[in-house]
Design a protein around this ligand. Structure first.
Ligand code: ADP
Ligand code: MG
Length: 355
């Protein structure tokens, strides 16, 4: 390990990317602090890999600048940047041993052989593959390949590590384990991590900050809890997890609260919006309550249509005033299909989204 854990700040300034006349990254600004663990979260085709590749030097912006540690690297090739990339498919070299794979970046940087092999062995130890150095890539499991890809990227002591859906090919248990390991590794190395995924649970469990990407634009960014609980847009609300979304019109706006007329009747929510404007209100399934909340809102009466036991809770579809609402009820509530229910929510949980 380097004595001084090192990391660099990354800045995208007015960056855009056009492929064959199609804009895949709209003009955007993004600053990632030194030592930050940032996750780019978005659906397939939203431009996550393109953004990562522009930081790593594998794609050049159509306009704008990429700065690392304040230096303009827009025209520098990948090997001249203080970055390393773990690619989505790992891109390991099947004809090389593990050790040679891990030492590859150092070879490209003309590090003497003895030094690079020692470093590669150290990296293999760090990812728990000590003594595997002479094996071939085909002799490894998916999880082990993932570790080799990580070791190869870390061997060059990057100040910025770029990870493109590195856990996508792993089963759920291994994915969870690797998520925890990545966080520990990042704390230990002190490097800036930029991690791409389409999995919102993964994003929430590892990120200091989530950047929600949609159609080459940033929809929202912030700490996981804020983005989950108070998403900035309808897209961010839906992509971060299940949400009950109601359309409505603002009938009053006063003192930091709006009253919105919806299919469920008037609902009060925190926020500001001109009377008459069309808005959405969003509530997470676990925010729907079966009994009145102090200073809460009433969502009306309805019937449980369908429910499934999920171990930690019951997931129910409720029909209220013609709307399908999803509710996460405690198992102890003992709900049954066909049962009549009244639904409530805390006023402060209701999220106001401009249309
Ligand atoms: P994501 O990683 O979020 O799935 P990508 O950044 O790979 O998204 O792709 C964003 C868009 O850019 C997609 O529509 C994709 O087809 C297009 N695209 C990506 N790379 C290229 C390329 N080399 N040439 C042409 N189009 C590309
Ligand atoms: Mg991608």
């Amino acid at each position: 390990m380097p004595e001084k854990p090192m990391s660099d700040r990354v800045e995208l300034r007015r960056v855009s990317k056009v492929y064959e006349g199609v804009t895949v990254v709209e003009t955007l600004d993004l600053t990632i602090a030194a030592g930050e663990f940032v996750v780019l979260l978005g659906p397939s085709g939203s431009g996550k890999t393109t953004l990562l590749n522009m930081i790593g030097g594998f794609a050049s912006p159509s306009a704008g600048q990429v700065l690392i540690d304040g230096e303009d690297v827009t025209d520098l090739p990948p090997a001249k940047r203080p970055t390393a990339t773990v690619f989505q498919d790992y891109a390991l070299f099947p004809h090389m041993s593990l050790l040679a794979n891990v030492a590859f970046g150092l070879r490209m940087r003309k590090v003497p052989k003895a030094e690079r092999l020692a470093k590669a062995a150290e990296m293999l130890r760090l990812v728990g593959l000590e003594g595997f150095g002479n094996r071939g890539i085909h002799q490894l499991s998916g999880g082990q390949r993932q570790r080799v890809a990580l070791a190869r990227a870390m061997a060059v002591e990057p100040k910025v590590l770029l990870l493109d859906e590195p856990l996508g090919a792993l089963d759920l248990a291994l994915r969870r384990q690797m998520q925890e390991e990545l966080v520990r590794l990042q704390r230990r190395l002190g490097a800036t991590f930029v991690h791409v995924t389409h999995d919102q649970e993964e994003a929430m469990s590892i990120a200091d900050r989530i950047v929600v990407v949609n159609k080459g634009r940033i929809e929202d960014m912030g700490p996981p809890d804020r983005v989950y609980l108070k998403p900035a847009s309808l897209f961010a609300a839906k992509f971060m997890g299940e949400s009950n979304v109601l359309g409505g019109r603002v009938v009053a706006s006063q003192g930091g609260e709006v009253k919105v007329e919806t299919a469920l009747g008037p609902i009060t929510a925190p926020g500001n919006s001109a009377a008459g404007s069309a808005v959405h209100l969003a509530l997470r399934p676990e925010q729907l309550l079966l009994s009145p909340h102090q200073n809460g809102v009433s969502l009306g009466h309805g019937r449980v249509e369908e429910l499934s036991f999920q171990g930690t809770h019951c997931r129910c579809h409720c029909r209220v005033a013609g709307q399908d609402l999803i509710l996460r009820a405690p198992v102890s509530a003992g709900l049954t299909a066909g049962q009549e229910v009244s639904l409530y929510a805390a006023r402060t949980d209701v999220v106001l989204l401009q249309r």
